[in-house]
Design a protein around this ligand. Sequence first.
Ligand SMILES: *[C@@H]1O[C@H](CO)[C@@H](O)[C@H](O)[C@H]1NC(C)=O
Ligand SMILES: *[C@@H]1O[C@H](CO)[C@@H](O)[C@H](O)[C@H]1NC(C)=O
Ligand SMILES: *[C@@H]1O[C@H](CO)[C@@H](O)[C@H](O)[C@H]1NC(C)=O
Ligand SMILES: *[C@@H]1O[C@H](CO)[C@@H](O)[C@H](O)[C@H]1NC(C)=O
Ligand SMILES: *[C@@H]1O[C@H](CO)[C@@H](O)[C@H](O)[C@H]1NC(C)=O
Ligand SMILES: *[C@@H]1O[C@H](CO)[C@@H](O)[C@H](O)[C@H]1NC(C)=O
Ligand SMILES: *[C@@H]1O[C@H](CO)[C@@H](O)[C@H](O)[C@H]1NC(C)=O
Ligand SMILES: *[C@@H]1O[C@H](CO)[C@@H](O)[C@H](O)[C@H]1NC(C)=O
Ligand SMILES: *[C@@H]1O[C@H](CO)[C@@H](O)[C@H](O)[C@H]1NC(C)=O
Ligand SMILES: *[C@@H]1O[C@H](CO)[C@@H](O)[C@H](O)[C@H]1NC(C)=O
Length: 652
Amino acid sequence: MKLSPLQSRLAASFVASCLLVALYFALFSPNVALAAELKRPSPIILDDADLSLELSTGESVDSAYEPDFPAFDRSIIGRAIAEASSLTNNEATPMNVVAGTTQYFMFSISGSSSRETRQGSLELRDEHYAMGERDAGAGADADADLAERDSDGLGSDGSEKIEKRQASRKVYISANTCLQPQPKDPSKTAAAPPQLTLFLSTSSSNQNPGPGQDAKSQSSVAFTEGAVMYNVTTASSDVYIGVFAPNISSSFTGIYNFEIAPSTEGYFHTFNVDKDADLIWVDSDAQGALMITHNLTQSPDPTVQAQIMGTEPYVMFAQNDNDGSINGVRYSYCGLQNYAQIAAAKNGERFKVLSGMTKRGQPNLPKQQFFFSGLNASSNYTAILAQNGKNGNLSLSGNNVVGGGGHVFKATNFTTKSNHGNCAIVLNLDFCDQVAYSVPSNPNYGNSTVLAKFYDGYASSVYANFQKALAQVQCEAPTTQRYSLTRNCTNCEAAYKEWLCSVTIPRCEDFSVPADYLHSRAMSQPFPNGEVLDQDTLRQLNFQNTTAFNSSRNPLIDSVVKPGPYKEVLPCDDLCYNLVQSCPASLGFSCPRPGDVGYKDSYYPRPKATSGDITCNYQGSAHIVSGTTMVVVKPWVVLGGSVMGLMMVLVL
Ligand SMILES: *[C@@H]1O[C@H](CO)[C@@H](O)[C@H](O)[C@H]1NC(C)=O
Ligand SMILES: *[C@@H]1O[C@H](CO)[C@@H](O)[C@H](O)[C@H]1NC(C)=O
Ligand SMILES: *[C@@H]1O[C@H](CO)[C@@H](O)[C@H](O)[C@H]1NC(C)=O
Ligand SMILES: *[C@@H]1O[C@H](CO)[C@@H](O)[C@H](O)[C@H]1NC(C)=O
Ligand SMILES: *[C@@H]1O[C@H](CO)[C@@H](O)[C@H](O)[C@H]1NC(C)=O
Ligand SMILES: *[C@@H]1O[C@H](CO)[C@@H](O)[C@H](O)[C@H]1NC(C)=O
Ligand SMILES: *[C@@H]1O[C@H](CO)[C@@H](O)[C@H](O)[C@H]1NC(C)=O
Ligand SMILES: *[C@@H]1O[C@H](CO)[C@@H](O)[C@H](O)[C@H]1NC(C)=O
Ligand SMILES: *[C@@H]1O[C@H](CO)[C@@H](O)[C@H](O)[C@H]1NC(C)=O
Ligand SMILES: *[C@@H]1O[C@H](CO)[C@@H](O)[C@H](O)[C@H]1NC(C)=O
């Protein structure tokens, strides 16, 4: 077959270029940067079907060309496909990466779409081809030239190029690991697989940042628990990114999958584990737990509050600490979605989780609560609060939203109670509407709803009697005749209600918990499973054979619910003082002072600093751990509590 003059010129110069490249490879051991520079011109040769056909059949060039081409194909074209992913502003790009390899990305700050970028490359390749033809001897220089042009946004318009060069922009890169290699035998491998590493270069001379590249031309940062946030200020228009998956040991199997998003406005995926936890552990029982968020607004405006009550901004993940499936992805929103044992997503309860809004706790500001069941007894759990999108607004999540990739907060630890099963969480009570904690219970008595009815019904019946007594006191009298200049009957009613709910609805803790602020109750009664503490155990526990240890505060609890031995978190003593100060002296309330008979069986002083332990009970108390920058959760308006049968129960 004959080649036309133009074709033979083309073929000759092409072969010359190839030989030059081959020589270059032979002389200087090829590094990755070179491969990157060369990869782009090659597809155009394949695209040009006529030319390659002619070349492969041309007798004179055949033998010289043929052996080189497959090598060219494997080492360079193969890489080119892997490298081509271009990223879009505020858009998550999912990608698999096999252990031991690197995935490459490019982000053009100008915001040009990926198609435009690709188009530009093609045009330039044509240009390069022409150059190679004109001056075959300067092939290597031309390649360098190409790399320079190629990285500059590829516009044929020179002014656009200059504009891009001059703009210095901040670029925020974030990524989340969504899938990671799994241990072949989870019972033997507790550790997580190694983390991915993000490599970043803004130099067109290093378009494939990754391990093995010149460290000076790139920066690198390893993912932490499956997440990375990295920012760079750059004057160049393109940012080159490599995500490297390290080799994994033979005890793991599978690949990594991650999503990466660049942004010129702010991180797409975020986490913050330095700030104190936004999720507060209120209480747990043997199979469930109650968590709340902080106040979602401080605004007293009913319109603002109503609007917030109509949202559920957060999702929550929980994990048994014995289960390592989230190790390595604890800061990754999509990782948690894939691996967390329990996920409480808005409208998507995969587990037995009830998520909702509540205003419980003075001053009745909106919060989100998570009440979940189906947990194992006596187990340590981690709860992780997360937000899908901006401020939990689902319409502000996902692609094209700054920060739309989700936010992960610091984890909160909590523990479930023992399987004696005689403490159970009650909430949503009609009368004692501020109560939301574990109370003495017995599974044989009834479910949480039935239990709540028992306690609430008793409290409200006592309150009815109190109101009759209070009605005899001059509340509406002129100031001079009132019982107090600072408190009125409204204050008294509130203080009494709070006291009463704490008295009649004791906060329950496991009998096995040894803490000295807890008070043992009903020690000589049988547990729900029929077990009784034997004399030896009682002796070891220094059992005092008195009513305070032998029974519950309210004898009805022992005769109706029959919880058996439990420990009570005593009410804070200031609740009692508040009641005495708020109500008319004629009602005859009084409080034992520390050291008085009955004080130790009735109250516990409120600690000055929070420690995470609930040493005394008040409405709204929760396990709050003090931290350096802690969101201080102050006690809600104090309520009252005391011992039935001791002082203060004169008007029943
Ligand atoms: C950008 O990165 C620097 C250090 O790499 C860090 O100190 C700074 O806080 C980051 N900025 C933002 C907004 O994350
Ligand atoms: C990863 O493993 C492959 C083969 O098992 C090996 O060739 C390569 O050098 C390893 N890479 C690293 C960074 O250890
Ligand atoms: C409960 O324990 C079993 C056995 O240890 C475990 O398989 C299961 O995942 C645990 N469930 C929860 C919710 O922690
Ligand atoms: C829970 O954590 C505590 C303290 O970290 C530890 O003493 C206890 O053994 C753990 N319990 C379980 C069931 O792992
Ligand atoms: C939660 O528990 C883990 C594991 O026991 C521990 O490393 C971590 O410090 C705990 N976090 C807090 C806030 O106590
Ligand atoms: C609790 O028990 C009562 C009576 O047995 C039943 O009507 C109610 O549906 C139960 N509630 C739940 C949440 O199971
Ligand atoms: C009682 O006092 C409070 C302020 O402490 C006031 O808001 C309330 O209106 C008073 N109630 C009556 C009935 O006077
Ligand atoms: C406690 O004392 C009562 C009599 O006051 C006695 O009947 C009972 O057996 C004693 N219980 C224990 C466990 O000592
Ligand atoms: C303690 O309880 C047991 C069993 O209910 C009872 O026999 C005993 O009399 C009680 N002791 C006192 C001092 O109340
Ligand atoms: C909610 O706000 C009130 C008033 O600022 C505060 O006393 C209370 O502790 C806050 N509660 C939570 C859970 O943050």
